[in-house]
Design a protein around this ligand. Structure first.
Ligand code: SF4
Length: 456
């Protein structure tokens, strides 16, 4: 009788998405965003490995979980919590791997709280890491020599998520990488500048899974889904076949192609996520000079609306040209142009970006408490406005826009998908109002009003 044991071992892996500590908004979502990084990571491990995934915005870890390996992902805003958890499990004698965007740009920092750090995309190093784990020879760092080829990637392990992640929204990534170089963004550094694409077959399998779990909508997380029209059209045909309403990132330039807009709508696109950033400020930082004029921006918005597609607008406050007048002018733009869903942010210099390096060189970083690098705290000294005015102007803006009367004025019931947009707005109403009230400073609000800001 053979008594040899297979050298292949089954391991229990605990995957953790840490809770953001500085932000209430992130943690308040009734239906949290369906995580892609950790589910995609799980798909890269051997099938014999067993996983438990904890998203701390759904439930906190107990610290007593049984695992052979703990994998913790980091964004800058979650880094402190990730380190706290890393220390906790290390003290228990468990093996801890920390990866993700923040660990990629600051691996020395992450290494103090982990057995090993994964720098960059993890998929290409998992097989080496598994071999080392099973041999008891883990290295302190793992870094792939090249970016992951998405064409051979397995679909993410969506089955590891909770029903709350899957019920409202499914998330889909069809590409990684971004050829642009916005100085406040770390995507090109983490994922590279070359666009890499998943295979259509894998995307079909992911859509079948989303249908199986009866997810109502699909969010395409690609940084600019419409950048390559030919591949977007190929994917849109697949989306149309599966009949799943979807939304994704785009730019105002999409408005220049009415035929493409109609194709987007016919494929089930209900809204485009567009970064307006500071386009509304004359002479401001603009990626496309064509849209330096607010009237041109409003015209493009009108064209997208006319095609039956809504807009999720992202706005950032705190650029060097911003004064206290910026808050009211952005609010006015949003209301007049009936932007359906809003993503309001404070400029945040994330480590690994050119903006961070510039602010550090200029001595403008106020602190390095990563938990407040969450786009709703001020962590740097602005120029045209004080830090407290930026904070209070931002709070005024989100509170004003979250008011039920203002939401109802903004949303036109005649537009397609009115119920979806109404639900999305009221889902954020409580979190935004609560955050504004908890940090409201009447004295600074009065001071901004006296300077002519925050008035409509
Ligand atoms: S902000 Fe968007 S377009 Fe700019 S570099 Fe980042 S991902 Fe690319």
């Amino acid at each position: 009788m053979c008594i040899c044991k297979s050298s292949k071992q089954t391991k229990k892996v605990l995957l953790i998405f840490p809770r953001t500590q500085g932000s209430q908004v992130f943690n308040d979502a009734g239906f949290p965003f369906p995580l892609l990084g950790l589910t995609q990571l799980a798909a890269a491990f051997p099938e014999r490995y067993k996983f438990t995934l904890i998203d701390e915005s759904v439930r906190p870890v107990s610290g007593a979980e049984d695992a052979d390996l703990v994998c913790i992902t980091t964004m800058t805003a979650t880094a402190n919590r990730a380190y706290e958890l890393g220390d906790l499990y290390l003290q228990r004698g468990l093996t801890v791997i920390i990866g993700g965007a923040h660990a990629t740009v600051l691996p020395d920092e992450a290494a103090q709280h982990a057995t090993s750090v994964v720098i960059g995309e993890a998929e290409n190093v998992i097989s080496e890491l598994v071999d080392d784990l099973e041999a008891g020879t883990l290295k302190p760092r793992y870094k792939a020599s090249e970016y992951t080829s998405l064409s051979t990637l397995s679909p993410p392990r969506v089955d590891l998520l909770s029903w709350r992640h899957r019920l409202f929204l499914a998330s889909l990534q069809t590409t990684r990488g971004c050829p642009n170089h916005c100085d406040f963004c770390s995507v090109p550094q983490v994922f590279g500048r070359r666009l890499r694409q998943k295979s259509i077959e894998t995307i079909k399998r992911e859509l079948q899974t989303a249908k199986k779990y009866r997810s109502r909508y699909m969010f395409v997380v690609d940084d600019n889904f419409t950048a390559n029209r030919a591949s977007a059209r190929e994917l849109m045909a697949v989306f149309k076949f599966y009949g799943m309403p979807w939304m994704g990132f785009s730019t105002l330039a999409t408005a220049e192609d009415p035929l493409f807009l109609r194709e987007l709508r016919d494929s089930g696109c209900i809204s485009l996520f567009i970064g307006f950033e500071s386009l509304l400020q004359p002479g401001a930082f603009v990626k496309n000079k064509k849209y330096a004029d607010p009237a041109a921006v409003a015209g493009a918005v009108k064209t997208i609306h006319a095609a039956g597609i809504g807009i999720q607008g992202s706005f950032i406050f705190g650029f060097d040209h911003d004064t206290v007048a910026v808050f009211a002018s952005v609010v006015q733009f949003i209301q007049e142009n009936e932007i359906e869903v809003l993503n309001m942010n404070i400029l945040t210099p994330f480590p690994g970006t050119k903006l961070y390096d510039r602010f550090e060189a200029e001595g403008r970083l106020i602190h390095h408490d990563w938990s407040q690098y969450d786009m709703n705290h001020v962590v740097f000294t602005p120029t045209g406005i004080t830090a407290e005015e930026l904070m209070q102007g931002y709070l005024w803006t989100i509170k004003y826009l979250a008011s039920p009367t203002i939401i109802l004025k903004r949303l036109s019931w005649r537009r397609p998908h009115y119920t979806y947009f109404l639900t999305a707005n009221f889902a954020m109403h409580r979190a935004h109002t609560r955050m504004a009230n908890s940090r409201w400073n009447k004295e600074v609000q009065t001071q901004i009003e006296a300077k002519g800001g925050c008035l409509i």
